[in-house]
Design a protein around this ligand. Structure first.
Ligand code: PMP
Length: 315
């Protein structure tokens, strides 16, 4: 694997996980094949990153509070009641990271689900929470830029699934879009909303740069309310005086963008240099994307005091 290639690890290297209210050896964190969440997708989850800063000897959890707030609001949308509150969840995550003793970038996956072992639909059974970790590199390329397609799969409408919740079942739609993109030779897919507007990537939000300004789809276009999406808007304004407009746009608008990029916890800031067969701008990573990305990477690794409030140190 080269330094710049996507390096999301499929192999889990983890000593401990959080399961059924306690930290246990990873091998003991197992569920029955009858589990409701496994059979029907009745669960919700988060993807959180922790960045290792070797100079400071410190692991920083990025936007821990915001992620656990979104987890709890996803839980509410599907009638999951957790015993743990936000501060418990952050404490458990810190303890888990300490016990696993990582000195590298880590992905944190909290997963809440309907845990009843019973055949039959509904959202009334008991709930459970698991948290596991994995060392994690770049999910998408962050240097040369990626080629993406417009997916034939539309993003699941907020009329079909609760809007804004990060539900496991919804990710079947994302997986279809991603698999189709890979089969067609692209790195990622752009999905459209039920109105035919640009929504987002299969697992990340999208920004367009036009005439020095940022444009991103509004929540009403069926997107996940991304935490990175909000962070990017703040960075652009505070660091470079670049404003963001939230507005719906059709896929045709993508082709006349000066720059395009995805953003998300996994994707970080991933430049898009081609959509279908058309190059965006001159087909290279644009200057605004590049400078936003540089600041973002400094901020998430604890190199910019102004953004320390984004981070929870583990030690
Ligand atoms: N959209 C989708 C469908 C996602 O899965 C993600 C990743 N959680 C995002 C957007 C970006 O959200 P965030 O910045 O909170 O990671």
């Amino acid at each position: 694997m080269t330094e710049n290639s996507p390096s999301c690890y499929n192999q889990l290297i983890m000593k401990f996980a959080y399961f059924e209210g306690k930290i246990v050896p990873f091998e003991q964190a197992t569920i029955s094949i009858m589990t409701h969440g496994f059979n029907y997708g009745t669960g919700c989850f988060e993807g959180i990153r922790a960045y290792w800063n070797a100079d400071q000897g410190q692991l920083y959890i990025l936007k821990a509070k915001e992620h656990y707030q979104r987890l709890l609001s996803s839980c509410k949308a599907i009638n999951i009641k957790l015993e743990e509150n936000i501060s418990d969840l952050i404490k458990i995550t810190i303890e888990l990271l300490k016990k696993n003793d990582y000195k590298e970038d880590v992905y944190i996956r909290p997963l809440a689900y309907k845990s009843e072992e019973k055949i039959g639909l509904g959202l009334h059974g008991p709930d459970a929470l698991a948290i596991y970790l994995s060392p994690f590199g770049n999910y998408l390329d962050v240097s040369a830029g990626i080629k993406v397609c417009i997916s034939k799969y539309h993003r699941i409408s907020s009329r079909a699934m609760p809007a804004g919740a990060k539900l496991t079942g919804t990710y079947f739609n994302s997986s279809l879009a991603k698999a189709d993109a890979i089969d067609r030779g692209y790195a990622e897919a752009i999905t459209l909303s039920h109105k035919g507007n640009v929504a987002e990537g299969s697992g990340e939000n999208i920004y367009m740069v036009k005439k020095g300004k940022l444009i991103t789809p509004p929540l009403s276009d069926d997107i996940l309310p991304g935490i990175t999406r909000v962070a990017v808007r703040g960075l652009a304004k505070n660091e470079f005086g670049i404003t963001t407009q939230e507005k719906s746009f059709k896929p045709s608008a993508l082709y006349s963008a000066d720059e395009l990029f995805f953003c998300g916890t996994g994707a970080q800031i991933s430049p898009i240099v081609q959509v279908e067969k058309k190059k965006i701008g001159d087909g290279k990573v644009g200057p605004i994307t590049k400078k936003l990305q540089e600041k973002y990477f400094q901020a998430v690794r604890g190199e910019l005091p102004r953004y320390r409030k984004w981070l929870t140190p583990v030690e």
